[in-house]
Design a protein around this ligand. Structure first.
Ligand SMILES: Cc1cc2nc3c(=O)[nH]c(=O)nc-3n(C[C@H](O)[C@H](O)[C@H](O)COP(=O)(O)OP(=O)(O)OC[C@H]3O[C@@H](n4cnc5c(N)ncnc54)[C@H](O)[C@@H]3O)c2cc1C
Length: 383
Protein backbone atom coordinates (compact mmCIF):
# COMPACT_ATOMS: atom_id res chain seq x y z
CA UNK A 1 0.00 0.00 0.00
CA UNK A 2 1.26 3.45 -0.96
CA UNK A 3 1.14 6.04 1.83
CA UNK A 4 2.98 8.94 0.20
CA UNK A 5 1.17 12.01 -1.07
CA UNK A 6 1.67 12.94 -4.71
CA UNK A 7 3.62 16.09 -5.60
CA UNK A 8 0.34 17.84 -6.48
CA UNK A 9 -1.26 16.88 -3.16
CA UNK A 10 1.80 18.07 -1.24
CA UNK A 11 1.82 21.37 -3.14
CA UNK A 12 -1.84 22.02 -2.33
CA UNK A 13 -1.22 21.14 1.31
CA UNK A 14 1.71 23.55 1.49
CA UNK A 15 -0.16 26.35 -0.31
CA UNK A 16 -3.14 26.10 2.06
CA UNK A 17 -0.79 25.90 5.06
CA UNK A 18 0.96 29.10 3.98
CA UNK A 19 -2.32 30.87 3.25
CA UNK A 20 -3.80 29.82 6.60
CA UNK A 21 -0.73 30.95 8.54
CA UNK A 22 -0.78 34.39 6.89
CA UNK A 23 -4.48 35.11 6.34
CA UNK A 24 -6.38 33.05 8.90
CA UNK A 25 -4.44 32.18 12.07
CA UNK A 26 -3.71 35.80 13.09
CA UNK A 27 -7.45 36.59 13.11
CA UNK A 28 -8.85 33.29 14.37
CA UNK A 29 -9.41 34.40 17.98
CA UNK A 30 -10.95 37.70 16.86
CA UNK A 31 -13.38 36.00 14.48
CA UNK A 32 -14.27 33.50 17.18
CA UNK A 33 -15.01 36.33 19.65
CA UNK A 34 -17.06 38.23 17.07
CA UNK A 35 -18.84 35.04 15.99
CA UNK A 36 -18.46 35.88 12.33
CA UNK A 37 -16.24 35.21 9.34
CA UNK A 38 -15.49 38.27 7.17
CA UNK A 39 -17.09 37.85 3.70
CA UNK A 40 -13.78 38.85 2.03
CA UNK A 41 -12.19 35.62 3.24
CA UNK A 42 -14.36 33.64 0.83
CA UNK A 43 -13.13 35.69 -2.12
CA UNK A 44 -9.54 35.01 -1.07
CA UNK A 45 -10.30 31.31 -0.67
CA UNK A 46 -12.00 31.38 -4.07
CA UNK A 47 -8.83 32.83 -5.58
CA UNK A 48 -6.95 29.80 -4.26
CA UNK A 49 -9.55 27.40 -5.64
CA UNK A 50 -10.74 26.42 -2.16
CA UNK A 51 -14.42 27.23 -2.71
CA UNK A 52 -14.93 24.59 -5.38
CA UNK A 53 -12.08 22.24 -4.70
CA UNK A 54 -13.26 19.12 -6.49
CA UNK A 55 -15.54 20.98 -8.91
CA UNK A 56 -14.19 20.68 -12.47
CA UNK A 57 -12.47 23.78 -13.87
CA UNK A 58 -15.13 24.27 -16.55
CA UNK A 59 -17.61 24.83 -13.72
CA UNK A 60 -15.44 27.38 -11.97
CA UNK A 61 -13.71 24.99 -9.57
CA UNK A 62 -10.14 23.89 -9.01
CA UNK A 63 -10.69 20.31 -10.16
CA UNK A 64 -8.35 18.81 -7.55
CA UNK A 65 -8.69 15.26 -6.28
CA UNK A 66 -10.67 14.41 -3.16
CA UNK A 67 -7.58 13.64 -1.06
CA UNK A 68 -6.25 17.15 -1.77
CA UNK A 69 -9.56 18.69 -0.68
CA UNK A 70 -9.36 16.83 2.64
CA UNK A 71 -5.76 17.94 3.17
CA UNK A 72 -6.90 21.52 2.54
CA UNK A 73 -9.69 21.24 5.14
CA UNK A 74 -7.15 19.85 7.61
CA UNK A 75 -4.82 22.81 7.03
CA UNK A 76 -7.65 25.34 7.40
CA UNK A 77 -8.73 23.63 10.64
CA UNK A 78 -5.17 23.86 11.96
CA UNK A 79 -5.60 27.64 11.77
CA UNK A 80 -9.31 27.96 12.46
CA UNK A 81 -11.95 25.27 13.00
CA UNK A 82 -14.86 27.56 12.16
CA UNK A 83 -13.49 28.51 8.77
CA UNK A 84 -12.76 24.86 7.99
CA UNK A 85 -16.34 23.92 8.92
CA UNK A 86 -17.91 26.62 6.76
CA UNK A 87 -15.65 25.84 3.80
CA UNK A 88 -16.30 22.10 4.18
CA UNK A 89 -20.09 22.56 4.28
CA UNK A 90 -19.94 24.84 1.23
CA UNK A 91 -17.69 22.45 -0.72
CA UNK A 92 -18.70 18.94 0.16
CA UNK A 93 -22.40 19.50 0.84
CA UNK A 94 -23.76 22.46 -1.16
CA UNK A 95 -21.38 22.45 -4.16
CA UNK A 96 -21.02 18.69 -3.93
CA UNK A 97 -24.71 17.93 -4.35
CA UNK A 98 -25.10 20.34 -7.28
CA UNK A 99 -21.95 18.93 -8.89
CA UNK A 100 -23.18 15.35 -8.44
CA UNK A 101 -26.87 15.79 -9.26
CA UNK A 102 -27.28 19.12 -11.07
CA UNK A 103 -28.32 19.62 -14.69
CA UNK A 104 -25.89 21.48 -17.00
CA UNK A 105 -28.13 24.57 -16.63
CA UNK A 106 -28.08 24.33 -12.80
CA UNK A 107 -24.31 23.93 -12.83
CA UNK A 108 -23.87 26.98 -15.08
CA UNK A 109 -26.26 29.12 -13.04
CA UNK A 110 -25.54 28.01 -9.46
CA UNK A 111 -22.31 26.01 -9.28
CA UNK A 112 -20.03 28.40 -11.17
CA UNK A 113 -20.54 31.36 -8.77
CA UNK A 114 -20.30 29.03 -5.76
CA UNK A 115 -17.12 27.33 -6.91
CA UNK A 116 -15.38 30.61 -7.68
CA UNK A 117 -16.11 32.01 -4.20
CA UNK A 118 -18.45 34.75 -5.41
CA UNK A 119 -21.36 33.07 -3.63
CA UNK A 120 -21.70 30.97 -0.49
CA UNK A 121 -23.75 27.79 -0.22
CA UNK A 122 -25.57 26.03 2.61
CA UNK A 123 -27.14 22.59 2.85
CA UNK A 124 -30.22 21.86 4.92
CA UNK A 125 -31.22 18.31 5.87
CA UNK A 126 -31.69 18.45 9.66
CA UNK A 127 -34.94 19.58 11.27
CA UNK A 128 -35.88 20.13 14.90
CA UNK A 129 -37.76 16.80 14.85
CA UNK A 130 -35.22 14.89 12.77
CA UNK A 131 -31.46 14.88 13.36
CA UNK A 132 -29.95 11.40 13.43
CA UNK A 133 -33.22 10.14 11.98
CA UNK A 134 -32.95 12.56 9.06
CA UNK A 135 -35.54 10.71 6.96
CA UNK A 136 -38.10 11.52 9.65
CA UNK A 137 -38.24 15.11 8.37
CA UNK A 138 -41.62 16.86 8.15
CA UNK A 139 -40.97 19.67 5.63
CA UNK A 140 -42.79 19.17 2.35
CA UNK A 141 -42.99 20.36 -1.23
CA UNK A 142 -46.08 20.07 -3.42
CA UNK A 143 -46.48 20.95 -7.11
CA UNK A 144 -47.78 24.51 -7.50
CA UNK A 145 -47.94 27.18 -10.23
CA UNK A 146 -45.55 25.48 -12.64
CA UNK A 147 -43.08 24.72 -9.87
CA UNK A 148 -43.10 23.63 -6.25
CA UNK A 149 -44.22 25.11 -2.95
CA UNK A 150 -42.06 24.34 0.08
CA UNK A 151 -43.30 24.45 3.68
CA UNK A 152 -41.67 23.54 6.97
CA UNK A 153 -38.42 24.37 8.73
CA UNK A 154 -34.77 23.35 8.94
CA UNK A 155 -32.43 23.36 11.92
CA UNK A 156 -28.67 23.80 12.37
CA UNK A 157 -27.88 25.00 8.84
CA UNK A 158 -24.17 25.86 8.58
CA UNK A 159 -23.56 29.10 6.62
CA UNK A 160 -27.32 29.71 6.63
CA UNK A 161 -27.02 33.35 7.78
CA UNK A 162 -24.61 34.37 5.04
CA UNK A 163 -25.50 31.93 2.25
CA UNK A 164 -26.64 33.02 -1.19
CA UNK A 165 -28.29 29.73 -1.92
CA UNK A 166 -29.51 26.67 -0.08
CA UNK A 167 -29.77 23.02 -1.06
CA UNK A 168 -32.84 21.93 0.90
CA UNK A 169 -34.20 18.41 1.31
CA UNK A 170 -37.99 18.08 1.80
CA UNK A 171 -40.64 15.41 1.38
CA UNK A 172 -42.43 15.33 -1.96
CA UNK A 173 -44.06 11.95 -1.24
CA UNK A 174 -44.45 11.55 2.54
CA UNK A 175 -45.90 8.05 2.18
CA UNK A 176 -42.68 6.84 0.52
CA UNK A 177 -40.48 7.54 3.58
CA UNK A 178 -36.82 8.05 2.73
CA UNK A 179 -37.65 7.42 -0.96
CA UNK A 180 -40.04 10.36 -0.96
CA UNK A 181 -37.44 13.05 -0.24
CA UNK A 182 -36.38 15.52 -2.94
CA UNK A 183 -33.68 18.21 -3.01
CA UNK A 184 -34.32 21.78 -4.17
CA UNK A 185 -32.09 24.77 -4.77
CA UNK A 186 -33.57 27.81 -3.05
CA UNK A 187 -32.04 31.22 -3.58
CA UNK A 188 -31.61 33.72 -0.77
CA UNK A 189 -34.39 36.32 -0.83
CA UNK A 190 -37.02 33.92 -2.17
CA UNK A 191 -40.31 35.09 -0.58
CA UNK A 192 -41.30 32.90 2.38
CA UNK A 193 -37.74 31.79 3.19
CA UNK A 194 -36.81 33.23 6.59
CA UNK A 195 -33.38 32.87 8.17
CA UNK A 196 -33.50 32.50 11.96
CA UNK A 197 -31.06 33.89 14.50
CA UNK A 198 -27.53 32.53 14.79
CA UNK A 199 -27.16 29.77 17.38
CA UNK A 200 -24.91 30.76 20.30
CA UNK A 201 -22.62 27.74 20.26
CA UNK A 202 -19.94 26.16 22.48
CA UNK A 203 -17.44 26.00 19.62
CA UNK A 204 -17.08 26.72 15.91
CA UNK A 205 -18.45 30.09 16.94
CA UNK A 206 -17.41 32.01 13.83
CA UNK A 207 -19.22 29.55 11.55
CA UNK A 208 -22.87 30.56 11.58
CA UNK A 209 -25.54 27.97 12.32
CA UNK A 210 -29.17 28.97 11.83
CA UNK A 211 -32.69 27.65 11.48
CA UNK A 212 -34.66 28.25 8.29
CA UNK A 213 -38.41 28.67 7.96
CA UNK A 214 -40.15 27.75 4.73
CA UNK A 215 -43.55 29.38 4.47
CA UNK A 216 -45.18 28.81 1.08
CA UNK A 217 -41.80 29.20 -0.66
CA UNK A 218 -42.34 28.99 -4.42
CA UNK A 219 -39.47 27.34 -6.27
CA UNK A 220 -39.42 27.01 -10.09
CA UNK A 221 -39.37 23.45 -11.39
CA UNK A 222 -35.90 23.99 -12.87
CA UNK A 223 -34.58 24.27 -9.27
CA UNK A 224 -35.48 20.68 -8.46
CA UNK A 225 -32.07 19.04 -7.89
CA UNK A 226 -31.56 15.43 -8.96
CA UNK A 227 -34.40 12.95 -9.38
CA UNK A 228 -37.66 13.42 -7.47
CA UNK A 229 -37.57 11.02 -4.50
CA UNK A 230 -33.79 10.68 -4.72
CA UNK A 231 -32.86 13.54 -2.39
CA UNK A 232 -32.15 11.40 0.66
CA UNK A 233 -29.98 8.93 -1.24
CA UNK A 234 -28.05 11.85 -2.77
CA UNK A 235 -27.72 13.42 0.69
CA UNK A 236 -26.29 10.20 2.15
CA UNK A 237 -23.68 10.18 -0.62
CA UNK A 238 -22.77 13.77 0.34
CA UNK A 239 -22.48 12.72 3.97
CA UNK A 240 -20.04 9.91 3.11
CA UNK A 241 -17.73 12.53 1.65
CA UNK A 242 -18.52 15.15 4.26
CA UNK A 243 -17.64 12.74 7.06
CA UNK A 244 -14.13 12.33 5.71
CA UNK A 245 -13.88 16.13 5.77
CA UNK A 246 -14.96 16.21 9.42
CA UNK A 247 -12.24 13.64 10.11
CA UNK A 248 -9.67 15.90 8.44
CA UNK A 249 -10.99 18.85 10.44
CA UNK A 250 -10.56 16.94 13.71
CA UNK A 251 -6.99 16.04 12.74
CA UNK A 252 -6.18 19.69 11.93
CA UNK A 253 -7.54 20.83 15.29
CA UNK A 254 -5.72 18.01 17.07
CA UNK A 255 -2.42 18.80 15.37
CA UNK A 256 -2.73 22.48 16.28
CA UNK A 257 -3.46 21.57 19.90
CA UNK A 258 -0.60 19.07 20.08
CA UNK A 259 1.90 21.55 18.59
CA UNK A 260 0.80 24.16 21.14
CA UNK A 261 1.11 21.62 23.98
CA UNK A 262 4.59 20.49 22.89
CA UNK A 263 5.78 24.11 22.72
CA UNK A 264 4.28 24.90 26.11
CA UNK A 265 5.68 21.76 27.75
CA UNK A 266 9.14 22.75 26.56
CA UNK A 267 9.02 26.23 27.99
CA UNK A 268 6.98 25.93 31.24
CA UNK A 269 8.91 24.88 34.35
CA UNK A 270 7.61 23.37 37.58
CA UNK A 271 9.65 21.76 40.37
CA UNK A 272 12.73 23.22 38.65
CA UNK A 273 12.21 21.21 35.45
CA UNK A 274 10.38 21.70 32.20
CA UNK A 275 6.97 20.04 31.95
CA UNK A 276 8.38 18.07 29.01
CA UNK A 277 10.71 16.23 31.37
CA UNK A 278 7.81 14.65 33.29
CA UNK A 279 6.87 11.21 32.07
CA UNK A 280 3.15 11.90 32.60
CA UNK A 281 3.38 14.76 30.09
CA UNK A 282 5.49 12.71 27.66
CA UNK A 283 2.90 9.95 27.65
CA UNK A 284 0.13 12.40 26.82
CA UNK A 285 2.22 13.72 23.94
CA UNK A 286 3.01 10.21 22.70
CA UNK A 287 -0.60 9.07 22.87
CA UNK A 288 -1.81 12.18 21.08
CA UNK A 289 0.75 11.95 18.28
CA UNK A 290 0.02 8.24 17.77
CA UNK A 291 -3.75 8.72 17.68
CA UNK A 292 -3.45 11.55 15.16
CA UNK A 293 -1.28 9.42 12.87
CA UNK A 294 -3.76 6.55 13.09
CA UNK A 295 -6.62 8.97 12.35
CA UNK A 296 -4.71 10.35 9.37
CA UNK A 297 -4.33 6.88 7.88
CA UNK A 298 -8.03 6.12 8.25
CA UNK A 299 -8.97 9.48 6.74
CA UNK A 300 -6.59 9.07 3.79
CA UNK A 301 -7.82 5.54 3.16
CA UNK A 302 -11.45 6.70 3.12
CA UNK A 303 -10.57 9.65 0.87
CA UNK A 304 -8.65 7.38 -1.48
CA UNK A 305 -11.60 4.96 -1.75
CA UNK A 306 -13.92 7.92 -2.36
CA UNK A 307 -11.86 9.36 -5.17
CA UNK A 308 -11.66 5.97 -6.85
CA UNK A 309 -15.50 5.69 -6.56
CA UNK A 310 -15.19 2.46 -4.58
CA UNK A 311 -17.75 1.46 -1.93
CA UNK A 312 -16.66 3.16 1.30
CA UNK A 313 -19.60 4.05 3.56
CA UNK A 314 -18.13 1.94 6.37
CA UNK A 315 -14.62 3.30 5.87
CA UNK A 316 -15.88 6.92 5.82
CA UNK A 317 -17.79 6.29 9.05
CA UNK A 318 -14.71 4.67 10.64
CA UNK A 319 -12.52 7.60 9.63
CA UNK A 320 -15.00 10.13 11.01
CA UNK A 321 -15.60 8.18 14.22
CA UNK A 322 -11.97 7.58 15.07
CA UNK A 323 -10.59 10.94 13.94
CA UNK A 324 -13.27 13.00 15.69
CA UNK A 325 -12.94 11.08 18.97
CA UNK A 326 -9.13 11.21 18.72
CA UNK A 327 -9.35 14.97 18.04
CA UNK A 328 -11.36 15.38 21.20
CA UNK A 329 -8.90 13.37 23.32
CA UNK A 330 -5.90 15.21 21.84
CA UNK A 331 -7.36 18.70 22.37
CA UNK A 332 -8.39 17.69 25.91
CA UNK A 333 -4.86 16.50 26.74
CA UNK A 334 -3.37 19.66 25.21
CA UNK A 335 -5.58 21.74 27.48
CA UNK A 336 -4.50 19.59 30.46
CA UNK A 337 -0.82 20.11 29.63
CA UNK A 338 -1.46 23.87 29.74
CA UNK A 339 -2.92 23.54 33.26
CA UNK A 340 -4.94 26.57 34.35
CA UNK A 341 -3.63 28.58 31.42
CA UNK A 342 -5.32 26.15 29.06
CA UNK A 343 -8.65 27.07 30.59
CA UNK A 344 -8.48 30.74 29.72
CA UNK A 345 -9.23 32.38 26.39
CA UNK A 346 -5.77 33.84 25.79
CA UNK A 347 -4.26 30.43 25.13
CA UNK A 348 -5.64 29.01 21.92
CA UNK A 349 -6.04 25.46 23.20
CA UNK A 350 -9.42 26.11 24.79
CA UNK A 351 -10.73 27.06 21.31
CA UNK A 352 -9.31 23.90 19.76
CA UNK A 353 -11.04 21.87 22.47
CA UNK A 354 -14.39 23.65 21.99
CA UNK A 355 -14.18 23.39 18.20
CA UNK A 356 -13.21 19.71 18.26
CA UNK A 357 -16.34 18.92 20.27
CA UNK A 358 -18.49 19.50 17.18
CA UNK A 359 -16.70 16.81 15.18
CA UNK A 360 -18.33 13.94 17.12
CA UNK A 361 -21.78 15.45 16.43
CA UNK A 362 -21.99 17.14 13.00
CA UNK A 363 -22.69 15.03 9.88
CA UNK A 364 -23.78 12.14 12.10
CA UNK A 365 -22.91 11.57 15.74
CA UNK A 366 -20.39 8.99 16.93
CA UNK A 367 -23.30 6.73 17.86
CA UNK A 368 -24.64 6.91 14.30
CA UNK A 369 -21.17 6.17 12.87
CA UNK A 370 -20.98 3.06 15.09
CA UNK A 371 -24.44 2.07 13.90
CA UNK A 372 -23.41 2.49 10.23
CA UNK A 373 -20.19 0.50 10.76
CA UNK A 374 -21.86 -2.33 12.69
CA UNK A 375 -24.70 -2.56 10.17
CA UNK A 376 -22.24 -2.93 7.27
CA UNK A 377 -20.26 -5.61 9.15
CA UNK A 378 -23.33 -7.58 10.19
CA UNK A 379 -24.87 -7.37 6.70
CA UNK A 380 -21.79 -8.88 5.10
CA UNK A 381 -21.05 -11.44 7.85
CA UNK A 382 -21.14 -15.06 6.73
CA UNK A 383 -23.78 -17.25 8.49
C1 LIG B 1 -22.58 23.35 14.56
C2 LIG B 1 -23.48 22.43 13.80
C3 LIG B 1 -23.54 22.53 12.42
C4 LIG B 1 -24.44 21.73 11.70
N1 LIG B 1 -24.55 21.90 10.34
C5 LIG B 1 -25.54 21.24 9.67
C6 LIG B 1 -25.80 21.55 8.29
O1 LIG B 1 -25.12 22.38 7.66
N2 LIG B 1 -26.85 20.93 7.69
C7 LIG B 1 -27.63 20.01 8.33
O2 LIG B 1 -28.55 19.48 7.71
N3 LIG B 1 -27.38 19.68 9.63
C8 LIG B 1 -26.37 20.28 10.32
N4 LIG B 1 -26.14 19.99 11.65
C9 LIG B 1 -26.98 18.99 12.31
C10 LIG B 1 -26.23 17.74 12.75
O3 LIG B 1 -25.95 16.93 11.65
C11 LIG B 1 -27.11 17.05 13.81
O4 LIG B 1 -27.04 17.84 14.98
C12 LIG B 1 -26.66 15.64 14.11
O5 LIG B 1 -26.90 14.81 13.02
C13 LIG B 1 -27.41 15.07 15.33
O6 LIG B 1 -28.78 15.30 15.28
P1 LIG B 1 -29.53 15.94 16.55
O7 LIG B 1 -28.75 17.13 16.97
O8 LIG B 1 -30.95 16.14 16.22
O9 LIG B 1 -29.39 14.85 17.69
P2 LIG B 1 -30.35 13.58 17.93
O10 LIG B 1 -30.54 12.84 16.67
O11 LIG B 1 -31.57 14.02 18.67
O12 LIG B 1 -29.45 12.69 18.89
C14 LIG B 1 -29.32 12.94 20.28
C15 LIG B 1 -28.47 11.82 20.88
O13 LIG B 1 -29.11 10.55 20.67
C16 LIG B 1 -28.22 9.69 19.96
N5 LIG B 1 -28.97 8.83 19.05
C17 LIG B 1 -29.92 9.20 18.15
N6 LIG B 1 -30.36 8.14 17.48
C18 LIG B 1 -29.66 7.07 17.94
C19 LIG B 1 -29.64 5.67 17.63
N7 LIG B 1 -30.42 5.15 16.68
N8 LIG B 1 -28.79 4.87 18.32
C20 LIG B 1 -27.98 5.39 19.28
N9 LIG B 1 -27.95 6.69 19.62
C21 LIG B 1 -28.77 7.53 18.95
C22 LIG B 1 -27.27 10.61 19.21
O14 LIG B 1 -26.07 9.97 18.88
C23 LIG B 1 -27.09 11.74 20.23
O15 LIG B 1 -26.14 11.35 21.17
C24 LIG B 1 -25.24 20.76 12.37
C25 LIG B 1 -25.14 20.65 13.77
C26 LIG B 1 -24.30 21.47 14.48
C27 LIG B 1 -24.26 21.35 15.98
Amino acid sequence: MEFDLTDDQRQIQEAVRAFSAAEVAPYASKWDEEQRLPPEIYQKLGGLGLMGMTVPEDHGGAGVDFISSILAIEELAYAHGSLALSVAAHNSLACGQIEASGTPEQKAKFLVPLASGRKLGAWALTESVSGSDAAGMRSTAVPARGGWELNGSKQFTTNGAAADLYVIMVKTDPAAGSHGITAFIVERGTPGLTVGKKEDKLGMRASDTVSLTLDHVHVPSENLLGQPGHGFIDALARLDRGRVGIGGMAIGLGRAALDAAVAYAGQREQFGQSLASFQAIQWMIADSATELEAAQLLVLRAASLQQRSLPCTKECAMAKLFASEAGLRVTDRALQIHGGYGYIRETRVERYFRDARLCTIGEGTSEIQRLVIARRILETARP
